[in-house]
Design a binder for this molecule. Sequence first.
Ligand code: GUN
Length: 278
Amino acid sequence: MATLIDGKKISTQIKDELKAKVEELQKQGTSVTLAVIQVGNDPASTVYVGNKKKACEYIGIKSLAYELPETTTQEELLDLVKKLNEDPEVNGILVQLPLPKHIDENLVIQTISPKKDVDGFHPQSVGALSIGQRGFVSCTPSGIIQLLKRSGIEIEGKECVIIGRSNIVGKPMALLMLRENATVTICHSRTKNLKEVAKRADILIVAIGKPRFINHEYVKEGAVVIDVGIHRDENNKLCGDVDFDDVLDKVTAITPVPGGVGPMTIAMLMNNCVESVL
Ligand code: GUN
């Protein structure tokens, strides 16, 4: 019987631990504040930002919402980021992506102070991760490490195959698994013999953005499968990058969609916010 890795339960555990930490900090006179900036009103972004604000409220983190119109200029956004960088009351700054096309996302990310970069997207944060120094780590990959550890899944010495090489998930995921002493392979759209490579994995992490792409032919008997994808299928049902029903008999543990990796991203964002004051 495969174990279901319960991201909802584990993320609640983490948020409850953080809530206790924030209460403790407040007793010592320290509060935690996150500034959340959204430009325009992309419906998915509005949902994500709303969930982030709710999580802040639950934990006791103060959130400052900046809801800017689609017509905001790059200059105006950069000025706001710079103002928040200088504001001693603000511990973390999050600019929700994607930004409107007339704004250079990389420039905005680079303008956020690495000390307040709770998304872990700044080149300095990414560089620190790659050489094992302190810095904020991207939330989805660090959430996956927590899912594995808190489910008692050993990482050290394991063959880990990651499908997807994005800056937000695939690449930092590989660095974190390496830090945990796994043997790491990254696959992408040009990988030859993807099925054979994926089948080497003791831990298979899938972030390719294609609904139900990974079936039993890609999975070794006894593997642990982590599914980062989230899509709506033709019947409007949520599904991941992995064909859950098709692989279930082969795996020892798997994350469901929804309720697997998804809730962990916000929990780790909250964790980064608390760490920003420590
Ligand atoms: N858009 C989709 N995911 C994320 C995220 O983790 N952080 C930010 N800032 N924007 C996003």
